[in-house]
Design a binder for this molecule. Sequence first.
Ligand SMILES: Cc1cc2nc3c(=O)[nH]c(=O)nc-3n(C[C@H](O)[C@H](O)[C@H](O)COP(=O)(O)O)c2cc1C
Length: 223
Amino acid sequence: MINFSRRLFAVILSAFMIYCLTACQNSGGGTNASDVGASVQSGGGNILIAYFTAAENSGVDAVASASYTTIEGQAVGRLRAVADMIHDNVGGDLFSIRTSVVYPTDGRELIDYAATEQDENARPKLISHIENPDSYDIIFIGYPNWWADLPMAVYSFFDEYDFSSKTIIPFNVHNGSRFSRTIETIQELEPNATVIEDGFTVSERSVAGAAGDVAEWLGGLGF
Ligand SMILES: Cc1cc2nc3c(=O)[nH]c(=O)nc-3n(C[C@H](O)[C@H](O)[C@H](O)COP(=O)(O)O)c2cc1C
């Protein structure tokens, strides 16, 4: 039954991804700096840019992993690439969410592994920890869309920290599904934080050229 549901979901997801990719191409580039009028009071606030990517949790070099993009001739993890673009604009501290899980480098194996993690509602053990979480007012959180959800490691991350009264700003990389419901999920996981709905989402194919859209999005948020 679970297998059938997953297969049915995969078919629906594929159709949706094709639809989304077409829509993204039509709107030029697949990035999103939506026009929701949210504004972040960034004056004086310490900024953390946290991100999770399989690329930094698979134990392989950049060249062997599919999770990388090429920026100025260098192989960079896709989520890390967007995190760097945000950092170039707002400063702050970068934080890679690392787990004790060594994720498969083979794409098909990773897809299955992540599906099992989700089915089991797993909480991968984190091996990186924020030194002084209270010192941050603004938390950017970056993650890939995995099975229309947050990777389970990001659930572990929100389990570990209470971001009450802080501002959380999501960004993600996807292959057609954009954020799915992940922004609402983050708000559910951190009910006393302000979660900015106008997150930044970019197709995995458009990461390398996303710097301008990232800057525009941040400008729209008031940075
Ligand atoms: C396990 C897994 C599940 C995925 N599920 C989705 C999905 O549901 N929707 C989507 O648009 N993209 C999906 N993707 C594509 C990823 O969001 C995209 O490739 C992203 O760039 C992966 O991040 P990474 O480059 O850090 O590995 C999935 C990728 C993986 C590996």
